[in-house]
Design a binder for this molecule. Structure first.
Ligand SMILES: Cc1ncc(COP(=O)(O)O)c(C=O)c1O
Length: 387
């Protein structure tokens, strides 16, 4: 029986009671004003101009890629993708006909390896680089932004599992030309399912809004909607149902947005609890296991505490000890994505020393706001007993 789960729902009984009280006013539930309020609150908190709420972090990634493709601003279809992240960080590249180039993981942050990234930039001059902020440990942003300046590429920043982590005073998710976030169960905050794309670029925002909802212009600001209507010579009766781009339906609902608004009220507390637990793990286990290292001036906000054992055998002993004590564990995200069939059946296996080690030796330890420091101490004692 599992006694210590990797994650617990951040939607607590009080949140459910509030939701029930709101539902008893019989509000509109499909995407409407509450979604707009959530997007606005998110912008103010994050410090970006535009945000688009959608139904998952994967949908947020899908929207970012397709927006970029339709923007007409790409010089080619090469895109650097990370070996360590999540499958849907990469799959839109395949679905939309990009040419993905897989990059090794940085030995400290586990985000993109700077040397390999620069080699790929020199060799292919890609239009796009996709960066994952790995599990709430910020990437080396100063160096990555310097490469962006030098080589000129669009940066898509997948901050799906890194909400509220900070790099030198700035939230992650403020560095990309577009950035994505996930509000799935177990992430820093949750809207049941949900995702967000944030950007400061109005043209990207207009495309994101249209692509999220069928390709129509109804969600755009009045001026842009009217401009499109006039450009295409459309009468008032047709105007709400004219489709300008080949869109999807990736919307979420006002019900999920209502939950999101309340979750944001708890974000500071959630962030500090996650950070406190993460630091406690490091204090106990840093001299025994390998952990991601955050760049100087960062604030970690992890969804799970990720560690690397010495080798596969040591990982197996730790997993056995944890499981016997009812402590949930699993592999490190997806390990090396280059070793999964969706990638290697077309591109061959992508093998890199750091990403392979994460694949072979990585595992997760529980972290969530309601996990106590005593529980962390106990989990660490179980890990130590297995070493
Ligand atoms: C880095 C990263 N990107 C994208 C996603 C996908 O988010 P979702 O589960 O909301 O689709 C995840 C999910 O854990 C993730 O960790």
């Amino acid at each position: 029986m599992i006694k210590y789960h990797l994650a617990e729902d951040t939607i607590d009984p009080k949140d459910i009671d509030r939701l029930v009280a709101w539902l008893s006013t019989y509000p509109r539930l499909t995407k409407s004003n509450v979604t707009l309020q959530f997007e606005k609150k998110w912008n103010n908190w994050l410090g970006r101009k535009y945000s688009v709420f959608c139904n998952s972090g994967s949908s947020a990634n899908l929207l970012m890629y397709y927006t970029l493709k339709l923007s007409g601003r790409l010089k080619n279809m090469w895109v650097v993708v990370p070996s360590v992240g999540w499958v849907t960080t990469i799959t839109p590249a395949i679905q939309f006909g990009f040419e993905p180039l897989m990059c090794e993981a940085d030995p400290e942050t586990f985000a993109l390896d700077l040397n390999h990234l620069e080699d790929l930039l020199k060799l292919h001059n890609p239009s796009t680089v996709v960066l994952v902020q790995v599990l709430g440990v910020p990437a080396k942003m100063e160096e990555i932004l310097a490469l962006k300046e030098k080589y000129g590429f669009f940066l898509l920043e997948d901050a799906c599992a890194a909400i509220a982590a900070k790099y030198r005073g700035r939230y992650v998710g403020t560095f990309g030309d577009m950035s994505s976030f996930s509000f799935y169960f177990g992430h820093q905050i949750s809207t049941i399912e949900g995702g967000m794309v944030s950007t400061d670029d109005k043209a990207f925002n207009d495309l994101l809004l249209m692509l999220r909802s069928h390709g129509w212009s109804k969600d755009l600001d009045k001026e842009t909607h009217n401009r499109l209507v006039n450009e295409h010579n459309i009468d008032d009766f047709h105007a709400p149902f004219v489709f300008y781009v080949p869109g999807f339906n990736l919307r979420s609902t006002d019900l999920n947005a209502y939950i999101g608004l309340r979750q944001m009220d708890k974000l500071d507390w959630i962030m500090s609890r996650r950070q406190e637990n993460h630091t406690r793990y490091l204090n106990h286990l840093e001299s025994h296991l390998y952990f991601q290292k955050a760049p100087e001036g960062s604030r970690i906000c992890s969804i799970h505490c990720a560690a690397l054992a010495e080798d596969r055998e040591q990982r197996a002993s730790i997993v056995k000890a944890l499981t016997e004590k009812g402590i949930e564990t699993r592999i490190f995200s997806a390990g090396n994505l280059g070793l999964h069939p969706f990638w290697y059946e077309k591109n061959g296996k992508a093998s890199f020393p750091v990403a392979d080690r994460i694949h072979r030796c990585g595992f997760f330890l529980p972290n969530h706001p309601s996990l106590t420091l005593d529980a962390v101490d106990f989990i660490c004692s179980v890990v130590r007993s297995a070493l």
